[in-house]
Design a protein around this ligand. Structure first.
Ligand code: HXC
Length: 527
């Protein structure tokens, strides 16, 4: 029997039918259900994320191989539940995968995982960021170990790309089971308040295993993941989250050998009113608190600061900004939270950020006002020594330009940790209010002059006058920036209103500077 070959029209119609089927491959009504939850579809998200018309899709007709010989009863939607491709954001290339929860709950099977790995590989070859829009129920149960095996390849690829290209994950729905590892292995995780959830095991499993009653929101909502540090940034809806991802990328280079984009300077070369406000902003009394965000906003271009981890470990503030058009990563002690003391969480938060900036050539600017490490049994038993060492390690190991401004207190181990000159920091400024010492006056005087004060008391002398004198002497000798400046550990003591322009100058000074890393597999950061 002779077979008739399809005509050209029939072939084109066949392709057109597949294209239409692959555009929205979920079950009937699934898009409406998805929209009703306040979520955008996988394709709508891509459209809002990238420059209009720039998306080049690959793998749209890929689908799962047949699992049985006749394939009876098998659903094999085109695309396999993930949309992948290359596009541009602000004219710069990016690679994107967008998980489609209307197809098997966005669960990850073999083909799905292979598509993710392929687009990550392309990002590696191009040297551009990879952005994952996550909405996934984890490993695809029907595919068993095949799903696990291929899923593991995604995580392996995340590790290979770490420190080479920026990896962003936007959690825009459920992110359950294995779906959490890829975000956790990347650089930045964003969540959408109310509609996104991220957990290893959902409420059902928690109930079965532990007997605890909980909800999706309580277990893995945006708020809780922001407080615990799993998520870097939270927005109110999909649209705002996608806009935030675009904004974040504006501070980063495309890869580890590129430099962040330099923007045209928007601030005057003369002192502004905001600069002069700094002369009055920070209380001279070391015991009085102030919001360090007020300092940051007066120093960075147009007051535009992209804070990261705003709800986690609030005694330290981190985020991106530009100074004189150059991207910087800012690390600042926050005096309104526990007087800005360093603790386990805040050192981990700052250390991780510092390593991210260092991997992607973003200079670090630190604002220091820190009385020390948080004392306490809980901190010590929580591993404060080992975990706190991460920040020390991060500063000492940084290859990018580092600029530190000591605003007020810089005591003891916290002084040493927070970008001091002794960690090979590049430029150190101090305000005249800086207090750089082993400890504060009361503690120092009691220890050093304790015997003298006791003897004076026993002799019936005026102990209070002696104590006040010793305090005044200590303050004059130690609670100023000048001993450090005399030894070259502070490069310049500056007036507060000079801060913005001095940092701009320091960044210019170090432009193009290179540091050769010693030959070794890698350092052994205290993880
Ligand atoms: C295959 C899945 C699926 C999965 C959901 N679906 N999860 N299909 N594999 N993991 C399908 C459902 O059968 C359903 O198909 C559709 O997706 C929508 O699911 P619903 O449950 O109706 O949706 P919803 O009520 O919104 O709940 C979403 C959910 C829930 C919370 C994510 O589906 C859920 O808990 N799924 C299981 C999560 C999980 O335990 N994953 C495995 C983790 S282990 P129909 O056809 O009816 O529309 C893991 C380890 C990986 O991931 C390790 C890698 C190295």
């Amino acid at each position: 029997m002779s077979q008739t070959h399809p005509t050209m029209e029939e072939s084109i119609a066949g392709l057109q039918a597949r294209r239409e089927e692959s555009l929205y491959p979920g079950k009937d009504g699934s898009i409406e259900k998805h929209h009703a939850k306040g979520k955008l579809t996988a394709r709508e998200r891509i459209d809002l994320l990238v420059d209009p018309g720039s998306f080049l899709e690959i793998g749209r007709l890929r689908r799962a191989p047949l699992r049985s010989q006749d394939g009876a009863g098998e659903r094999r939607p085109y695309g396999d539940g993930v949309v992948t491709g290359r596009a541009t954001i602000d004219g710069r290339p990016v690679c994107v995968f967008s998980q489609d929860a209307t197809v098997f709950g966005g669960s990850v099977g073999q083909t799905f995982a292979m598509k993710m790995v392929r687009i990550m590989e392309l990002a590696q070859q191009i040297g551009c960021p990879v952005i994952g829009l996550a909405d996934s129920a984890g490993a695809r149960i029907q595919e068993g170990v095949t799903a696990l095996a291929n899923y593991q390849m995604v995580g392996k690829k995340n590790v290979e790309l770490s420190g080479v290209i920026p990896q962003l994950s936007l959690i825009m729905g459920t992110c359950a089971g294995g779906a959490v590892y890829s975000p956790a292995l990347g650089d930045f995780t964003f969540m959408v308040d109310g509609t996104s959830h991220m957990f290893l095991t959902g409420p059902e499993v928690v109930r079965e295993v532990t007997g605890q009653e909980t909800t999706m929101e309580e277990l893995g909502g945006a708020e809780i993941n922001a407080i615990t540090g799993n998520c870097h940034h939270v927005d109110d809806n999909d649209e705002e989250s996608l806009a935030s991802a675009r904004r974040l990328l504006s501070f980063l280079p495309s890869n580890n050998v590129g430099m962040p984009p330099r923007f045209a300077p928007t601030m005057p070369r003369d002192f502004t009113d905001a600069d002069y406000e700094l002369d009055r902003f920070v209380p001279a009394e070391a015991t009085k608190a102030y919001d360090v965000l007020g300092v940051i906003e007066r120093v960075v271009d147009d007051g535009d600061f992209f804070e990261i981890h705003a709800k986690w470990a609030k005694s330290i503030v981190i985020g991106f900004a530009r100074i004189d058009g150059r991207s910087v990563g800012i690390i600042a002690n926050q005096p309104i939270v526990n007087a800005g003391t360093l603790n386990i969480d805040s050192t981990e938060k700052a250390a991780r950020f510092l390593r991210t900036c260092d991997a992607f050539n973003v200079p670090i600017v630190s604002f220091v006002d820190v009385p020390g490490y948080m004392p306490g049994i809980e901190q010590e038993r929580g591993g404060a020594i080992r975990r706190g060492a991460k920040l020390f390690y991060g500063y000492a190991d940084a290859k990018v330009p580092t600029v530190t401004v000591t605003l007020r207190k810089a005591y003891g181990g916290a002084y040493a940790t927070m970008g001091s000159k002794h960690s090979d920091n590049d430029v150190n400024f101090a305000w005249p209010t800086a207090e750089i010492a082993v400890m504060g006056a009361q503690g120092g005087v009691k220890i050093v002059y304790g015997r003298e004060l006791l003897a004076a008391m026993q002799k019936g002398e005026d102990v209070e006058a002696l104590y006040n004198q010793r305090i005044a002497d200590y303050q004059a000798e130690h609670q100023t920036p000048y001993p450090a400046a005399e030894r070259g550990w502070v490069d310049k003591v500056i007036k507060p209103h000079e801060t913005r322009l001095e940092i701009a100058g320091a960044l210019e000074l170090m432009e193009g500077r290179r540091t050769e890393a010693p030959l070794r597999a890698h350092g052994n950061i205290p993880l």
